[in-house]
Write a protein of this length. Sequence first.
Length: 501
Amino acid sequence: MPSAETTRVSVHEPDTVRPTREDEVAAAGSELIGGPVGRHALLGTSWWTPVRIVALVAIGMFALGMVQKLPCYDSGWFFGASSQYTHACYSDIPHLYQARGFADGRVPYFDKLPGDMSYLEYPVLTGVFMEIASWPVQGGTLQAQEQMYWMVNAGMLMVCAVVIAVCTARVHRRRPWDGLLVALAPAFALTATINWDLLAVALLAAAMLMWSRGRPLAFGVLIGLATAAKFYPFLVLGPLFVLCWRAGKWREYGTAVLGAVGAWIVVNLPVMLLAPEGWSKFYSFSQERAIDFGSVFLFISRWRNIEITTDAANASALVMMLVACAGIAAMTLTAPRRPRFAQLVFLIVAVFILTNKVYSPQYVLWLVPLAALARPRWRDFLIWQACEVGYFLGIWMYLAYTTSADAHKGLPDDGYQVAIAVHLLGTLYLCAVVVRDIFMPERDAVRRAGDDDPSGGVLDGTPDVFVLGAAARPPRHALHSGGPYVEWGGQDAEPTRYGSP
């Protein structure tokens, strides 16, 4: 009779993966609602499906994030220089309602603004989002208008938050409960209404879902729209290129790229032609912006007491990004098994964040759904989230310190340096765990459950056509993992096995 240690796991296992049975942190947390699900539980027999539960939890957490902003909604945004920082409830949304001309009815990109920012410094689709949110705001004092503007934006951003959570829950068909990582992420709730980043995050999450369903054109269109809302989403086309190279899926990749380019042009071209100066403001501002809060450059400049110019930061960021991209490409082509798409997307976006000239607190939103797909383990996810919450509190306490004059309420510069280091180390830790999973697939929670690449769409279970180095040979450490066999590969592929014999 075979032992439990040598029983193979089928790649065609249809059952939903239950995190309370495979994740000790999830199991411990489930004690709050009655403990882990039982072996004979009847799942999927009621209205309360995993995806619906994830959506409702996301709405609840978003609402708690709105409540956290109440001290600012009542007074902090309008009275006192440091109140919005001491309560950690700052948001760009009400401040930019007047500063970017919405209160005066100015048209983004077309109408020049007074002050030091001549045009709206956001990509076109985000500008459209901001403009639409201003339409219901009419009458009353300026304070009342700014409150209403934030509330309308919060409602629209809540829809984006639900889309993100639902799409994340549906990308991995057998792992819908991983969507709870997004819905319950504390940093997600705290930063959701600071800025308009959730629009791009939602479009990217929907794109990831479309690719997982084998729809490259829809994926490409959504990537193009996401890039028209925020700069970073186009980066996913880089790791996808290397994955499709290894799998020989050139037609699907070409379709995705054409869809992305076409969608981006449709959104940008009218503004580019009719208001070129306003359209280009986002790109010129990004290039000319000096090193700012949260970045590795600010940390180094203050730690070493040196000045880093904008040109030096731009050049250094570009070099670091190119080196990291080359490393990710090499890893993709030499890993013992083709990395999962979600793993590489998380890594490329994380590298972009780590090498950027600025790290605003809401940038954590870019990584939350990607981290849930790349490393769906509660312990690692919560370690990273704790670091991000620490940075969220650190930057506001530092700004409270710098705006409270002689009162010095908050966190001094040395303390803020620690907060930046915590953010950088937390993100690097999660990157390291994902890289380990790539080189040791038997440690990957998704593949240990018997799947190959459920986020990979046409890549899922597809045999390799181009590899480098030892990619075609199982790693020696896999022979001593002590875990069960895990097989994957398409119907025409020779299955790859990892586990103890």
